[in-house]
Design a protein around this ligand. Structure first.
Ligand SMILES: [Zn+2]
Length: 105
């Protein structure tokens, strides 16, 4: 059948074009890679596919940028001098509360 023949040629062309750009990953696959990407745990092939997708997909670029920012914020929150708020209540606060109670009572 000539019709299916034309279809086959078209498919072969599609694959040739895709081959020039190398393997493509989808936006979903990119988000699956993201965690390992930030940790530098991607294989060279995955890294290339990841970078290629980013170079062509603006939403994913924005997503990766905000993801990295979040990771950096989390890391600095745990490692930096402005660490988590201590569990203990500052003593001045306790004394202030007690004084206020005495004044009220
Ligand atoms: Zn994308």
């Amino acid at each position: 059948m000539p019709v299916s023949g034309a279809k086959k040629v078209f498919h072969r062309m599609m694959w040739a074009v895709m081959g020039m750009f190398g393997p493509m990953i989808s936006c979903r696959e990119l988000t699956d890679f993201l965690e390992r990407y930030v940790d530098g745990g991607l294989t060279p092939e995955e890294q290339r596919a990841f970078d290629r997708h980013l170079s062509m997909c603006r939403p994913c670029r924005a997503y990766v940028a905000s993801y990295r920012k979040t990771i950096e914020l989390e890391r600095s929150a745990f490692a930096g001098p402005d660490g988590p708020v201590p569990d203990e209540v500052p003593e001045e606060l306790v004394r202030g509360v007690l004084a206020a109670r005495r004044a009220a009572g």
